[in-house]
Design a protein around this ligand. Structure first.
Ligand code: G
Ligand code: MN
Length: 261
């Protein structure tokens, strides 16, 4: 069903937090050497009372423009940290919980303070948290980004570059930022099997990540052929429908339980 307007999405978004219409789904990241789940990426889902499930591409831009991404992002952070702590307390082998952070959140002056407060309140050790930010977030305000990344690194929070390859990265800056991982955008992974030259950029990004000492994560892996290629290129980790779609927390816990047994 279609929304009448952007404004009506915004009005409904304003009520969504109070009405508890948001949930998080979790998608596993897989270590390609061991096959183990190394982490979860938390992905926001909105179930509107009458319109049903609203795709993130439709409501995230509205949330960003209206500033509503701040309270929504704060809710996501708290929920993901609480969930990670619960899985760890249950003895499940989770290495990191990854949370997407948008430019608006990153630039907010209370970002770090709120983040560390949330970690403290939920009792999650910062080493279990990973933030996913896009290249543009880092490149647009380099000084601010560098200082935020330094603080995060000092506390043990990991940071990965999301959708890598789709923005404009200055490669020399990339080297100067304290980063932990690069996530190759799914559009490149799609080309592995559909385009005769589709493997060139993927191998180049993997090599570059390796030489910068970054973990390289392939996003949107859907086929055995994608996986075989990425393994041959010694890509570190992968995420995508081939392994699992984003799933509700109960189902994700079952995936982790399989890893224990
Ligand atoms: O920008 P970011 O990488 O955080 O976006 C991840 C999005 O990609 C999520 O909405 C998730 O549902 C989707 N996704 C994850 N794995 C796959 C996949 O294998 N194929 C496709 N088409 N989409 C995927
Ligand atoms: Mn992401």
């Amino acid at each position: 069903m279609l929304f009448r307007s952007r404004q009506s999405i915004e009005e409904d978004l304003r009520r969504a937090l109070k009405r508890r219409e948001f949930t998080l789904h979790y998608q596993p990241k897989i270590n390609l050497k061991t096959g183990a789940i190394t982490g979860a990426e938390a992905l926001l889902r909105w179930t509107h009372p009458t319109r049903g499930s609203v795709p993130p591409l439709k409501f995230i831009p509205v949330a960003e423009d209206s500033g509503l991404i701040l309270p929504i992002g704060a809710w996501v952070m708290r929920e993901a940290c609480t969930q990670a702590r619960a899985w760890l307390d249950a003895g499940l082998p989770l290495t990191t919980m990854a949370v997407n952070v948008s430019a608006v959140q990153f630039r907010n002056e209370n970002f770090l303070e709120d983040l560390f407060a949330t970690l403290g309140e939920t009792g999650l050790d910062p080493e279990f948290l990973e933030l996913e930010v896009t290249e543009s977030v880092l490149m647009e305000q380099r000084e601010l980004a560098a200082s935020i990344l330094k603080t995060l690194r000092a506390k043990g929070v990991q940071v990965s570059v999301d959708d890598f390859g789709t923005g404009y990265s200055s490669l020399s800056y990339l080297q100067q930022f304290p980063l932990d991982a690069l996530k190759i955008d799914q559009s490149f992974i799609r080309r592995i099997t559909t385009n005769p030259n589709g493997t060139t950029l993927v191998s180049a990004i993997i090599r570059m990540g390796q030489s910068l000492n970054l973990r390289v994560v392939a996003e949107g892996v859907e086929t055995a052929a994608d996986l075989a290629f990425l393994k041959a290129q010694q890509c570190d980790e992968a995420q995508g429908y081939y392994f699992s779609r984003p799933v509700p927390p109960g189902q994700f816990a079952k995936l982790l339980e399989v890893c224990v047994s």
